[in-house]
Design a protein around this ligand. Sequence first.
Ligand code: 4AD
Ligand code: MG
Length: 433
Amino acid sequence: MLKMYAKASTISEATQSKSETVSVKGWIYRKRSSGGKIFAIVHDHTGTLQCIIDKSSISAKEWEGIDKAYLESSIIVKGTLKKDERAPGGVEMQVRELEVLHSGEQFPITEYQSPELLLDVRHLWLRSQRMRMIMKARSHVFKYLREFLDKNKFYEITPPILTASAGETGSNLFKVEYFDNEVYLTESSQLYAEAMVYALGKVYTLAPAYRAEKSRTIKHLAEFWMLEPEMAYFNNKMNMNFQAKLVSHVTSRLLKNDMDVLKSLGVDSESLRKIRPPFKTMTYEKAVEKLQQLGSEKKWGDDFGVEDEKLLTMEEEKPIFVANWPKEIKAFYMPVNRDGETVACADMLAPRGHGEIVGGSERIWKEEELVSRMKELNFNLDNYKWYIDLRKYGSVPHAGFGLGVERLIKWVLNLDHIRDAIPFPRMINRITP
Ligand code: 4AD
Ligand code: MG
């Protein structure tokens, strides 16, 4: 029939084109019929187009096709456009030819459905307006992160996903059979990024990270994407300044280029406009004092939970840094400060209770210091031979951080749950689809 694939365009291309007759390829979003006419709204990733199909102006076969089609059936329509204030997008099409490419079956998602069911049919739910918009924003967030790092002369490097040793928590590793051995899915690419700063100066990885955390929270995924920049000759302060600029770059680019997406998701763009460097920094010690003033029972040495992060940031308009945490609750590679108790690190907490989005620190760059810290923590040094080796040959001070991309998206788009920031979430109770 119609061999229109090649010529058919997206809805936005069609509605902006100068020619009167256009063809559009899309999916049926809504359909109703009345008195020999079918009114169909066709949609694609660029918009929606109201189409009027007159039984008398198409063939019987075409009519049968559209009459039987379901919501989400794929379709190509060809016709003339005319302005109509009432139509979504301001124009409507009088259809002259059409082809239902695939009628398929009745779409299983109706208007009111439980979040669990929507997760079961995630592969289809991704076509919803809301998920489509979030996925557009996600794609752009990846682009803006890379754009900023590229502008700052970083090299993107690709880390291994299978690793023989723990890179961060050590206790939340997924085990994988690797020939005759057991290895792990990476929980952080940092150690590999560190190896590469000696070769390339400023590098980053943008890769999946895996955490077998048993926590069922609105901010934990078992598989998430982490951006991990690592910079030679950076200290903790430079590290924080850079993070503030990076995060502000992402929000300002979204505001500049993606207002349609932000609007459609109901994002408060005025509050995003306030995200500009510098971000406030408070020491861990001050943060504990503040928590106590706000009625929390947290004491020095405790890690913070969701509620504490909320208390600390409820009044904040911008993210804040909490710096210099007790060494007992941070990773082995962070250098101990002169006080002997805290380490040179900082976490960035998003405003209004969205929680930690970045964890970063200086790295121990001297061999003796690293080895003695690892021994203190009862590490098996054999597993970290290569990492220690980096400190034997021309070692330099360096620092870096890990930004949880889904955490960033959750905060910026003000999502209720982190699972919606990734197309196919992996959580303790979900691995399909
Ligand atoms: O604070 P984390 O554990 O730090 C690291 O892994 C360092 N090695 C990073 C580095 O310095 N290169 O994780 C970094 C960030 C967190 O701030 C959070 O945003 C995100 O990764 N994150 C998670 N996101 C979703 N689900 C989880 N289970 C996450 N765990 C950490
Ligand atoms: Mg952390």
